[in-house]
Design a protein around this ligand. Structure first.
Ligand SMILES: [Zn+2]
Length: 329
């Protein structure tokens, strides 16, 4: 059921089966033209929930533009199906080329090679992806997005939304800020109950550093109504931003301690030694997709420390190993 949460503003609850995120909050602003923010996966349960709630609200899709907070498939998956001629599917100009590139085999091969170098097991990568991962993830490549610039303003149903580039979770992640109503459509930049995954991107070599800057940016805004893309809100916005920062600070310390205790580990081994919010007896028992996310998260912390000269890495036989910076020879 869609929920009225403000003037002309609805929250659509889209289930994400088999994802630890549980649901997607899609937001709809009704007006002369409507704006639908984020879509859910290109999967039947999402498609059905979206169709039911749009029809419940009698939304005319011929007058509905889409705004996608970032390139991830739980936000963009249904865009192509929902988009009608003469309407726009807006996405930040940074994420548009990345999303199109991520539909290619070359993109996944590049990731495959990078994760092998960081110690991921070849057998596990094969099991995770088979021979051609790109087709599983993006069954129908689509490129009809309208690129949006940082600072652009959108007007729908009495809302004046400023597009804020908030890189970190993805290089081109955007939040929408309604200054007069003190509302922030957060996408996956600030979530409650879960911390947004921060991983390494080829085009964003210091993802965690970028994320920290983007947290500062939204922390300086007056936000009374945060509208996250997953789950519910709990507690104050600034407090949550501070908690997210503290979470990563303690993980950075944990990474430094681990490398200090046992220099020469790979990112894969370091990720295995971290604490994760997942019910598994051991690192070996982690579902492979969760291992993939965990190694990505460890990499963003390792990169942050390498960029700031607190750790270094050496490569031998195609494998990268991490050492305290004091080990310099
Ligand atoms: Zn995401």
């Amino acid at each position: 059921m869609a929920e009225l949460i403000g003037e002309n503003l609805y929250r659509l609850d889209i289930p994400l089966p088999e994802s630890p995120l549980k649901n997607l909050n899609s937001y709809l602003i009704k007006g002369e033209r409507n704006l639908l923010i984020d879509t859910g996966f290109r999967q039947e349960p999402c498609r059905r929930a979206m169709a039911e709630q749009l029809s419940e609200l009698r939304v005319d899709m011929d007058r509905t533009d889409l705004f996608l907070t970032h390139l991830h498939t739980d936000h963009t998956g249904l865009a192509q199906e929902l988009l009608r001629p003469g309407c726009r599917a807006m996405l930040s100009e940074v994420d548009v080329p990345l999303l199109i590139h991520s539909q290619s085999e070359a993109y996944w091969q590049d990731n495959f090679d990078a994760y092998l170098k960081e110690g991921f097991l070849r057998t596990e990568l094969r099991e995770l992806w088979g021979d051609n991962p790109a087709w599983d993830i993006h069954p129908v490549p689509f490129s009809g997005y309208t690129p949006v610039r940082d600072g652009a303003e959108l007007r729908y149903g009495g809302y004046r939304l400023k597009c804020l580039l908030t890189p970190g979770h993805t290089p081109g992640h955007m939040c929408l800020y309604e200054m007069d109503k003190k509302m922030l459509f957060c996408g996956d930049h600030v979530l409650y109950h879960i911390s947004p995954n921060i991983t390494r991107w080829r085009s964003m070599p210091d993802a965690l550093g970028s994320y920290f800057k983007s947290l500062e940016l939204v922390s300086a805004l007056k936000v009374e109504t945060p509208l996250p893309a997953h789950r519910a809100v709990e507690g104050g916005f600034r407090e949550r931003v501070a908690q997210l920062r503290a979470h990563h600070e303690s993980r950075l310390q944990n990474t430094l301690d681990q490398v200090g205790r046992a220099p020469g580990q790979t990112a894969y081994e370091i990720a295995g030694g971290m604490d994760w919010d997942i019910r598994c007896r051991s690192w070996e028992d982690f579902p492979l997709t969760q291992k993939w996310f965990a190694v990505g998260e460890a990499l963003s912390h390792l990169d942050y420390l390498v960029v700031r000269g607190r750790l270094l890495y050496r490569e031998a036989e195609g494998i990268r190993r991490y050492f305290p910076a004091s080990d310099q020879v």
